[in-house]
Ligand binder design. Structure first.
Ligand code: NAI
Length: 249
């Protein structure tokens, strides 16, 4: 892998995205794109302090204008995006009768529209160069569904479908597109609930996950690092599950 390769990581300022930025920075330049610019800047500074090459950029993946402007700035100031980790995400847990049209739209716009917009913005150059790779963050729930999470699971299934279609379309050009389907991972997204509810949730995960624990963000980052490397050179259109054995299919 050439040292000048550039990876764009959306939702890169926290959790799985941040762990992936730290890992990928060992072998390429990373652009940490997030709607939380101060957090992205803090992470970029810390990676640079450790000798890596990192940049922070503000991007709201749900906004076509924001995505276009950010990707244009990256191409102009840093270089072409060779690897995309399309990972920005939100979660809203609620029974189906409480899902409002704005909640539904936020979920679809962030995950599905956001995944599409960012991939579209970087793909033309990858296809022209016949080099590059994309990984989307889907979820275990893309396969098995989720009570009190219908909008989230629907968005994650759509992302997996997007990954498969792009994989088919891009394969002749040597551009690979995959998805990851993590199980429960200890990140701010999962912890974003009252303390008692978090304790109850970790107890439940310890019971239902065959490996009896939550995963770490770095365990997911290791999968993304693999899929975006030449070690995965014949893998495309797949959903790889770092999930402690929770879902097998
Ligand atoms: P996190 O909350 O730690 O990180 C998510 C990041 O995405 C944050 O930095 C946030 O500012 C950013 N973000 C949210 N909306 C954005 C937008 N519109 N534009 C740009 N950035 C935006 O969460 P975590 O857990 O690291 O999640 C990363 C991805 O992994 C998400 O797509 C999530 O759905 C997925 N996932 C997480 C699992 C878990 O158990 N933590 C399990 C399966 C999937």
């Amino acid at each position: 892998m050439a040292a000048r390769d550039i990876a764009l990581i959306t939702g890169g300022a926290s959790g799985i995205g941040a762990a992936t930025a730290i890992r990928l920075a060992r072998r390429m330049a990373v652009v940490i794109a997030d709607r939380d610019l101060p957090a992205a800047e803090r992470l970029a500074a810390s990676i640079k302090q450790d000798g890596g090459n990192a940049f922070a950029i503000e991007m709201d993946v749900a906004s076509g204008t924001s995505v276009r402007q950010a990707v244009a700035r990256i191409s102009q100031d840093i270089g072409p995006v060779r690897h995309l980790f399309s990972n920005a995400g939100i979660n809203i847990r609620q029974p189906v009768e409480d899902i409002t049209p704005p909640d539904w739209a936020a979920m679809m716009n962030t995950h599905v529209r956001g995944g599409f917009l960012v991939a579209q913005a970087v793909l033309a150059r990858m296809l022209a160069d016949r080099r590059g790779g994309i990984v989307f963050t889907s979820s275990d729930f893309a396969v098995v569904g989720m009570a009190r999470g219908a909008a989230y699971a629907a968005a994650k299934t759509a992302l997996y479908s997007l990954a498969k279609s792009l994989a088919l379309e891009c394969a002749p050009f040597g551009v690979r597109v995959n998805a990851i389907g993590p199980g429960p991972i200890d990140t701010p997204l999962l912890r974003n609930r009252p303390e008692a509810e978090w304790r109850e949730a970790t107890d439940r995960f310890a019971r239902i996950v065959p490996m009896r624990r939550l995963g770490s963000a770095d365990e997911v980052a290791a999968c993304v690092d693999f899929l975006l490397s030449d070690r995965a050179s014949f893998i495309t259109g797949q959903l790889l599950h770092p999930n402690g054995g929770q879902v097998m299919w």
